[in-house]
Design a protein around this ligand. Structure first.
Ligand code: 13P
Length: 252
């Protein structure tokens, strides 16, 4: 009923030429493969148009890693949701903890970005997750609930149905410290309950909730076998085709 998704987040890695080579290699290994999940790659902005044109769009969706909180105008250096859409990208990662922590993105800014993404028919992959001190204080449930409420809960049920969520505990990102399968299931189930309380069980059951944070070829199968874990948002392991393919194959 809901989609399984394996999405790569390349972050600020790969020149255009390196990114094109990576995308071409991924495209090649997925040719003829029968997939049990949607595959998405989140590239830097400047790669989007070239990568989107080079890959088989039936197999690989392309995502931006951010978009502006304004529609257009005198905002030097910014990239709007409509510009992202015009590259052929179909998704945009929003609210990544690195954007929240290093670039001061607030819940209110993210709410606007989500609205602009939806207006431009992009699928937001909306990231939530607690930092280590919050987890250790047992506050992770309230933190993710607040993040969802503050940026997403003014959406209509119809619009909320277009959102993909990614739970990424900050302490697990790039650290090699993955959440255990039980920790992931516990909080994903809580997130789904939170959605059900607001939008009803049907919307909650149709929402894909991805796990991110040191997800790799070795742990993907165990994480994805949880009933409420619908795939992954993959950083480091999405930069090597063999690793990323092995994570995709965790759904086979
Ligand atoms: P890593 O897989 O490198 O831990 O990164 C996860 C992430 O932040 C994906 O958005």
């Amino acid at each position: 009923m809901r989609k399984n998704i394996v999405a790569g987040n390349w972050k600020m890695n790969k020149t255009l030429q390196e990114g094109m080579a990576l995308a071409a290699e991924l495209n090649e290994v997925l040719k003829g493969a029968s997939l049990n999940c949607d595959v998405v790659i989140g590239t830097p902005f400047i790669h989007l148009a070239s990568v989107a044109a080079a890959v088989d769009s039936a197999k690989i969706g392309v995502a931006a890693q951010n978009c502006a909180d304004k529609e257009s105008g005198a905002y030097t250096g910014e990239i709007s949701a409509s510009m992202v859409k015009s590259t052929g990208a179909a998704y945009v990662i929003l609210g990544h903890s690195e954007r929240r922590a290093y670039y001061g993105e607030t819940a209110a800014t993210l709410k606007t970005k989500v609205e602009l993404a939806l207006k431009n028919e992009l699928t937001p992959i909306f990231c939530i997750g607690e930092v280590l001190e919050e987890r250790e204080a047992g506050k992770h449930f309230e933190v993710v609930k607040q993040q969802i409420e503050d940026s997403l809960f003014e959406l209509s049920a119809q619009d909320f149905g277009k959102i993909v969520l990614a739970y990424e505990p900050v302490w697990a990102i790039g650290t090699g410290k993955t959440a255990s399968a039980a920790q992931a299931q516990e909080i994903h189930a809580f997130i789904r309950q939170t959605l059900a309380a607001k939008y009803g069980q049907e919307v909650a059951d149709a929402t894909s909730i991805l796990y991110g944070g040191s997800c790799n070829a070795g742990n993907a199968k165990e994480l994805f076998s949880n009933p409420d874990v619908d795939g992954g948002l993959i950083g480091g392991a999405s930069l090597k085709v063999a690793d990323f393919k092995a994570i995709i194959d965790a759904f086979n």
